[in-house]
Design a binder for this molecule. Sequence first.
Ligand SMILES: Nc1nc2c(c(=O)[nH]1)N[C@H]1C(S)=C(S)[C@@H](COP(=O)(O)OP(=O)(O)OC[C@H]3O[C@@H](n4cnc5c(N)ncnc54)[C@H](O)[C@@H]3O)O[C@H]1N2
Ligand code: MOO
Ligand SMILES: [Mg+2]
Length: 421
Amino acid sequence: MIERRKPIPIGEAVQKIMEYQLQGLTEYVSINESFGRFLSEDLMATSDVPHFDRAPYDGFAVRSIDTREASQSNSVEFEVIDHLGAGMVSPKVVGQNQAVRIMTGAMMPEGTDAVVMFEVAKDYEKNESPYMSIKRSFNKGDNVSFAGEDAKEGEVLVKKGTLINPGIQAMLATFGYKDVPVAKKPVVGLFATGTELLEVDESLVPGKIRNSNSHMIAAQIERVGGIVQYFGKLPDEFDTCFDAVKDALTKVDLLITTGGVSVGDFDYLPAIYKKLGAEVFFNKVAMRPGSVTTVAGYKGKILFGLSGNPSACYVGFELFARPIIRRQLFSKKPHLRKEKAVLEVDFPKANPFTRFVRSSTFIEDGRLKATPSGLDKSNIIMSLAGANSLMILPGGTRGFSAGDDVDVLLLEDQVGSEWPW
Ligand SMILES: Nc1nc2c(c(=O)[nH]1)N[C@H]1C(S)=C(S)[C@@H](COP(=O)(O)OP(=O)(O)OC[C@H]3O[C@@H](n4cnc5c(N)ncnc54)[C@H](O)[C@@H]3O)O[C@H]1N2
Ligand code: MOO
Ligand SMILES: [Mg+2]
């Protein structure tokens, strides 16, 4: 007689994992390597930006007071006393009816408070000296980019846990972060179990299949921000698997296995957890696919026994392994982002358990819409390629119709959701 497993609700399963306190760690990387990493500290402005008043246009820096009388019928003349490119600083103090020829980005000379664009000035020479004249007036501050208008020193600009994007790279450089504090990537160990598994370059023979799970999960680990330590595939043999798992646990932060978690005669993971003395959080979840997902804690590490069935394996990772990895990367929203979408097609299958349907979610006419990306069975691989989301169809329902509102979890999104969804 096989053991009867008691399925626990999905929310409870997620919570049990998240209660396990795994701390994120910080490391410093060069700004050149920080793109795509997660900030491990709030990013603060180390100075005003810009830190001096500067010209936002090519033209002439003037004292606005001297322009007051300028009009279409009264042109006002200025003596041009200096010439500045970006990076240059004028040693001169600008006096009455004087101007400085200034280029975009150059620091405003002392005394000036407005910039006249070249387009509205007439420049000429008189007695071999440069002059310019204007036929309109300017107010104090016209065409000036003021110190601190972009950022104020001490301001928190980006929160800890944010993914560094190209804009944040620009900020980091602006504030002189040569080395950037980022979350250390958790090392996630990975085994594929199954005597039936062939390597990717092996020819097909009766009864055997190529191992696709480890390639899929490795990509999922990288997508979420972890480092993959792949230990290879294991045959369904207790001693071999036990030794390999025990040894691997000394080398990683989290350990994922695929296959061997159900009630089959060669499903050894449950017995391995038992012999290890690991604390099994759950071994059955009220969901499809991925109901057999088994998760255990062991000496501050978490073991994820994902199903061997590819779609179940994929879903198990996204629901249970993703958030703990993201939390180690300091995310405050470590779970998949949940949004509402309109179901595009009928989904008549009744759902005793909550179902996560691999789906393609897209925007059409300003609305989020979702459609299954292929066959909905846990052994199916092909529907995963087109899946950018998981549609949540709650348990205890008789199926759904086109036009119904459904919840979708976005797989490629970087913002995430808090818990509970
Ligand atoms: N009597 C019962 N049988 C099964 C139950 C059950 O509750 N009672 N649950 C079924 C469900 S649901 C699932 S899901 C599977 C889970 O099985 P395991 O996690 O133990 O995985 P395996 O038995 O090792 O393999 C299942 C399936 O997946 C293929 N597989 C395994 N590894 C890979 C890989 N790396 N790449 C591609 N495909 C892989 C394997 O060949 C099997 O076909 O159990 C049901 N049975
Ligand atoms: O874990 Mo199985 O995929 O529930 O279908
Ligand atoms: Mg099995």
